[in-house]
Design a protein around this ligand. Sequence first.
Ligand code: SAH
Length: 248
Amino acid sequence: MRRLFYKGILADTIEIGGPDAHHLMHVMRAKPGQKVIVVDDENQVARMEMVAFSAEKVTLQLKERLEANTESPIELALGICLLKADKMDFVVQKAVELGGNRIVPIFSHNCVVRYDDKKAKQRRDRWQKIADEAAKQCGRTALVEVLPIETMKKFLEHAPYEDDMDTEFLFCYENEDKLSLKESLRRTTSKRYLLLVGPEGGFTLEEAEAIVAAGGQSVTLGPRILRAETAAVAGLSIVQYEKGDLGS
Ligand code: SAH
């Protein structure tokens, strides 16, 4: 059943407008009586019936509230250095499926792609759309925010979570050969994780030092050099498996 994210709080009757209404009416050609799953701003979920259509709005009536929280017990953010367009699209989609809560695209020294302001905004809008679509497709009960692209310097100046007191900042580093991600996760009971993955060209030595100075713990994902998109998927999976709900 199609899933919608409603900007508001569930009620007996709600109205949906914008692109979701357009999609229901003109793409799905929905008819009165058909049902959708609606998730609200408080992660509440309900089965609702489409009862009326106007030029721009669909009216929905609540049929049944569902106990369907699919969010992980941990908060997981991904800092991903810019990759070529199709790889980035892939990482965004997979990060949502794997229960990430926030994605921060980062421009670092060895990034091959470069965007001017206009293009950067277009890219971010595109990633946000991919994230929203993935959230609907995989049955998330919360949307995932894609932040605007920022430089590595700016990223390191602020934590991706406002109060970063107990955020475990893990930095996947291709030159780390001692501490594994697995071992570093065994040492913590944190409920918040930030995973940082480099671009195709890897991190410079200066960046690696700056990341460690900013509180990042460098970890290895194993003896093989993974492509950045593989590293992102593997890293998120490992954190979610060890500390969250993947495989449960
Ligand atoms: N060009 C670099 C490799 C970059 S791999 C080189 O040849 O050394 C792209 C990113 O994936 C890295 O910056 C890192 O974040 C991650 N990565 C890949 N393999 C990894 C590994 N074995 N351990 C930790 N991180 C890894």
